[in-house]
Design a binder for this molecule. Structure first.
Ligand SMILES: Nc1nc2c(ncn2[C@@H]2O[C@H](COP(=O)(O)OP(=O)(O)OP(=O)(O)O)[C@@H](O)[C@H]2O)c(=O)[nH]1
Ligand SMILES: [Mg+2]
Length: 312
C-alpha cells in the first residue's frame, strides 16, 4: 500500500523531486515540501488539487461536511462552492476572532441565511477560543453520521482545527499548517472516538489578498465631504464622486485617501450596503452612489444593520 505524507496527504515517492510527495527516503513521515514548510516556513512550488477534483471526490462519499469559510471571505463565490457540495453540511465561519467581539453571532447568522439563502446550520468558530463553539463528535452522533469531513476554502484554518482535535485526543500526529494557500494536498483520514474524520485540501477562490494580518478588524469611519478616492494596499482604488460616509472594515492598515478622480469600472451601490473585498474585508457605504474602481465584478450586499445588527 502507498505510504502517505502525514503533513499534506500526498503519496510519498522517491523518484521525482519536482512532483508531489517527493522524499529522499520512504522511511520519512513527511514529504520534502512539508518538511521544509514545517521546519523553515518555506513553500516553493504551487501544488494544488483543483476544485473540480475535490467536488468529484467528496460528492461520491457518505458522511457529513463541516465547511470552513473565514469571516473575511464570506461572499457569493465561496458560498456557492459550499452549496455545490451534495452531502449534508454545516457552515463554520472560521477566524471569528477577527470580528469585533460585540458582533452578535445570532444576528449575523440570520443576516447570512437571508442574504445567501442558506438553510444549513451555521457556527462561528475560532482557534482563539479553542474551537469550543462546536463539538463535531457530538454533532455527528446526534445526526447519526460515522464520518465527518473538514472541508472549506483554502487557508480558512481547516488543518488548524484538525490539529486542535488531534491534540484534544492526545494524538501526536500533526497536519502541516501554514499562512500559504494549498497547504493540504489530499484527503487525510483519522480514526477518532470511533468516527472517521478527514482533513481535506482547500477550495481555490478569487481573493484580493494572500497576505493577511490575522488580527481583529478595527473599523475606520471616514466622512467624505468632497469627491474622494480611497486606495487600499496601494493597489485597489474606489472613487466616491460625491460626499458620503463610509466605514472600512479591513484587515490591513494600508489605506490612503486622495482628492482626485480616476477612471475605471462604474458600480452602483444602494444606501447602507457593504462592498465586499474578498480576503481583505468590506466597506460599509452609507449613501447611495456610483463609484469607480479598478476592480471588476465587485459584490455588494445589504449591511447587517439592515437586519437589526450593530457593528459598533
Ligand atoms: N486569526 C486566526 N487565524 C487562524 C485561525 N485558524 C487558523 N488561522 C491561521 O490561518 C492560516 C491557515 O491555516 P491552515 O490551518 O493551514 O488553513 P487550511 O484551511 O488548512 O489551509 P489549506 O490546507 O491551504 O487549504 C494559518 O496562518 C493559521 O495560523 C483562527 O481561528 N484565527
Ligand atoms: Mg490544510
Amino acid at each position: 500500500m502507498n505510504k502517505l505524507c502525514i503533513g499534506c496527504g500526498s503519496i510519498l515517492q522517491t523518484t521525482n523531486k519536482e512532483e508531489k510527495g517527493y522524499t529522499p527516503d520512504l522511511k520519512n513521515s513527511y514529504c520534502m515540501r512539508c518538511f521544509r514548510l514545517k521546519n523553515y516556513g518555506e513553500k516553493k512550488k504551487e501544488d494544488y488539487i483543483s476544485n473540480k477534483d475535490i467536488f468529484v471526490k467528496i460528492n461520491s462519499k457518505k458522511g457529513l461536511v463541516f465547511f470552513l469559510i473565514d469571516f473575511l471571505n464570506l461572499n457569493t463565490e465561496t458560498i456557492s462552492i459550499f452549496k455545490n457540495i451534495k452531502l449534508p453540511k454545516v457552515l463554520l465561519v472560521s477566524k471569528s476572532d477577527l470580528m469585533r467581539p460585540d458582533m452578535k453571532p445570532v444576528k449575523i447568522k440570520a443576516w447570512l441565511k437571508s442574504v445567501y439563502n442558506l438553510k444549513d446550520d451555521i457556527y462561528f468558530i475560532s482557534g482563539k477560543t479553542n474551537f469550543s463553539e462546536i463539538n463535531i463528535f457530538k454533532y455527528l452522533a446526534t445526526h447519526n453520521y460515522q464520518t465527518g469531513f473538514i472541508m472549506g476554502i483554502t487557508n480558512a484554518g481547516k488543518s488548524t482545527f484538525m490539529n486542535h482535535i488531534l491534540k484534544e485526543h492526545h494524538l501526536k500526529r500533526e497536519v502541516v499548517v501554514s499562512k500559504y494557500q494549498n497547504t493540504t494536498l489530499d484527503f487525510l483520514k483519522f480514526k477518532i472516538e470511533g468516527f472517521n474524520i478527514y482533513d481535506t485540501p482547500g477550495f481555490i477562490y478569487n481573493t484580493l489578498s494572500l497576505d493577511l494580518l490575522n488580527t481583529e478588524i478595527k473599523p475606520i469611519s471616514l466622512n467624505l465631504t468632497k469627491p474622494t478616492t480611497i486606495i487600499i494596499s496601494d493597489k485597489y482604488y474606489f472613487c466616491f464622486p460625491s460626499p458620503n460616509q463610509i466605514i472600512l472594515y479591513i484587515n490591513t492598515k494600508e489605506y490612503s485617501k486622495i482628492f482626485e478622480k480616476r477612471d475605471g469600472n462604474k458600480l452602483n451601490v444602494s444606501s447602507n450596503s457593504d462592498l465586499i473585498l474578498p480576503g481583505i474585508g468590506f466597506i460599509n457605504i452609507k449613501k447611495e452612489t456610483s463609484l469607480i474602481s479598478n476592480l471588476n465584478n465587485l459584490e455588494v450586499r445589504p449591511n447587517y444593520s439592515n437586519y437589526g445588527g450593530n457593528y459598533e
